[in-house]
Design a protein around this ligand. Structure first.
Ligand SMILES: C[S@@+](CC[C@H](N)C(=O)[O-])C[C@H]1O[C@@H](n2cnc3c(N)ncnc32)[C@H](O)[C@@H]1O
Length: 289
């Protein structure tokens, strides 16, 4: 198995565990809240969250609200990279309406299963999830109006392949709206800490590298339209909540304290101002070859 496949296998295992964990265990006091800490800062409105099955909200692990800052409209074809339990595909499906179509892509069976349950609960018929890799999308070339993604590309060990695939599946003139974690001057120890990979930190690149990768793939009008910069506590809680439970030495996977609180706090202090969520937009040129 290649090193890239080994990384993906570990990420899939970690997200299977996180989505399978109950959100109402002893450490969460039975309250329904998003397990993904960054998702709480992601910019979903109360009305959007209320309109969705509770499970899709609880199991959201994003770091933005890509549908909201995209221009997705009625009739569009939308692809969501790493659709997880489905929060953004459900929001997109409502936007595109019955004449549009939404396709989620995810590699983790447990996430796909959860997304399918949430699609059913929402009563939507214009949305599906396909099992596959975002480095090798199960989507026809030149068929997509909008590629969206929420806190996923940082997890890919082959980001250039993902960027090339975005360019391939978009129609000429099609667009991308992606929120993702980026880092600046990540300390070497953090880069090499496997516990921080599934936690969306160790695999993240800088904003400049992201923009360069998208341009290299042939996308244009690449810009960062907004940022959410995390403070010490937010990074600490974020790391703690997305860190695999067995690594943290605790059963708590819902961002409410674990045995690795000290590590998380250290990371928070080290990384404040150097980790943020960036909202990227890009366009496939109409004349793209
Ligand atoms: C941080 S979660 C985000 C899920 C969702 N976008 C959300 O906002 O809740 C990452 C998701 O991406 C999926 N994923 C990570 N790397 C992937 C890859 N290379 N190919 C396909 N799916 C991937 C994981 O299985 C997981 O469901």
């Amino acid at each position: 198995m290649s090193i890239q496949d080994t990384i993906r296998e570990r990420v899939a295992k970690d997200y299977a565990k996180v989505v399978s964990a109950s959100s109402s265990g002893p450490c969460c006091g039975g309250e329904v809240e998003q397990k993904g800490v960054a998702a709480k800062l992601g910019g979903y409105t109360a009305d959007e969250l209320k309109s969705l099955p509770a499970d899709a909200v609880v199991n959201s692990f994003g770091c933005g609200n890509p549908v909201a800052f995209s221009g997705v409209k009625e009739g569009d074809v939308v692809v969501d990279l790493g659709s997880g339990a489905g929060i953004d595909i459900l929001l997109a499906a409502k936007k595109v309406g019955p004449t549009g179509r939404v396709i989620g892509i995810d590699m983790t069976d447990e996430m796909i299963e959860r997304a399918n349950e949430n699609i059913k609960a929402a009563g939507l018929t214009n949305v599906e999830v396909r099992k596959g890799l975002i480095e090798e999308m199960p989507v026809e070339s030149g068929t997509v109006d909008w590629v969206i993604s929420n806190c996923v590309i940082n997890l890919s060990p082959e980001k250039d392949r993902v960027f090339a695939e975005i360019a391939r599946v978009l129609k000429p003139g099609g667009k991308m709206a992606v929120s993702d974690i980026v880092v600046q001057n990540l300390p070497e120890w953090a880069r090499n800490d496997p516990r921080l990979y599934s936690g969306c930190i160790a695999g993240a690149v800088s904003e400049e590298e992201y923009v360069e990768g998208l341009n290299k793939a042939g996308l244009r009008e690449v810009e960062v339209i907004d940022r959410v910069v995390y403070n010490v506590d937010q990074i600490a809680t974020f790391v703690e909540s997305e860190m695999p439970a067995d690594e943290a030495g605790s059963d708590c996977t819902c961002g409410c304290g674990s045995a690795d609180e000290d590590l998380a706090q250290d990371i928070g202090e080290d990384m404040a101002g150097s980790v943020w969520s960036a909202f990227f937009m890009a366009t496939k040129p109409a004349e793209a070859g």
